[in-house]
Design a protein around this ligand. Sequence first.
Ligand SMILES: Cc1cc2nc3c(=O)[nH]c(=O)nc-3n(C[C@H](O)[C@H](O)[C@H](O)COP(=O)(O)O)c2cc1C
Ligand code: SF4
Length: 423
Amino acid sequence: MGNTTDKVKILTAFEGIANSRALATYQNHGGYEALKKALTMAPGDLIEIVKNSGIRGRGGAGFPAGLKWSFVPKAEGQKFLVCNNDEGEPGTFKDRYICELSPHMLIEGMAIAAYAIGAQKAYIYTRCEFYEEIAWLETAIKEAYSAGFLGKNIFGTAFSLEMDHYSGSGAYICGEETGLLSSLEGKKGQPKLKPPFPAVSGYLGKPTVVNNTETLASVPWIINNGADAYRAIGTEKAAGTKLFCISGPVQRPGVYELPLGYSFEKLLYEDAGGMLPGHTLKACIPGGASAPVLLPDELKGLTLDYESIAAKGSMLGSGAVMIIDTNTSMVRLMEIIANFFHHESCGQCTPCREGTGWIANIMHEIVSGHAKEEDVDRLAVIAKNMGGKTICALSDAAAMPTMAIVQKFGDELKAYIRKGKAS
Ligand SMILES: Cc1cc2nc3c(=O)[nH]c(=O)nc-3n(C[C@H](O)[C@H](O)[C@H](O)COP(=O)(O)O)c2cc1C
Ligand code: SF4
């Protein structure tokens, strides 16, 4: 069991350091030493270290990273590593912070991961709106090539790695790993049925590990400090630190690196300085727009880790903590969320394509004053029929917040319908 109060700076180690993105700065602070060390080890041993560290994927699903790496077939052949830097989940702004602070930390983590899984080619897939981040990443990749940390025979070993950057076109569905791989292949960014999982058949049908930016950027620290040191941070089932993006009417919104298992109330009232004057907490979406909303009572004593948030019926997701105050209309909020998922559905699966459309239409009817109170109950029925039946999890991601808002704020929605406006 780890320590959930000390604040260790792993991903934010370069906060406040001048020229933090430059290779020279990174190297002055021990940069690329983890890669050098990793290349003296057997790939299987590296996978064991990452497994023992207990790190779980930071892209939303929380799948153990080392276990995913171990699924890649050991046989010789072309393999790929892809960094999911799409950061599409509404409320999330953490991966771009890593690119802003320390792109070399990500590149080093990727080189270690590529060596561990036997990949000779790695891609960073970034959402296209991140103009500056893309430029920083491309500069850092060039620097790493010039210094011999990428390319042929890294550190004089037999390991060679080519790395490229690819920018998406701003579709949320291209953050879903199989949609991302389709997009990287130059096809429509539509998800594919799993299995086969990408670790076995991914980019161009070859074994591919897709990991989130934050997951990969944590790897150098784990190699430098060891699995036990990482495991000592956080909770038993949720090791390490996590970047939390707190937004809404709080004094100090932003990205905070905190040990998993950290108190929600400490994040809100101490780190983020509490609510802005005149604003009262009404609810919180703890893990991005896909996560069901929680009420103030449910937030009391809540700790920020996968299990504790799941026990309250929501999820840690990407770590996007969205604070909602009493001035916010849940009708408007639900309308925005519904429009988002409808717009972003790729349309392959009927429950998702039609369900997100029906929910968005009902919300439009409610907002424009044309709905009946029973339409609120219809929202719940539609949402219930969208879960667990589709190629990817976008449908569930749209259904879950809908059901939670109807269950917890159904009266507010009905009051709006009766009055024809926000109460
Ligand atoms: C609709 C949808 C959107 C997603 N968007 C992202 C994203 O923007 N970034 C990300 O890392 N993972 C995203 N994911 C999760 C990825 O499919 C995948 O689980 C993740 O990249 C794996 O990396 P990890 O194991 O390091 O978390 C999304 C999943 C779904 C269903
Ligand atoms: S669930 Fe939705 S987004 Fe995912 S594949 Fe099906 S239609 Fe596309």
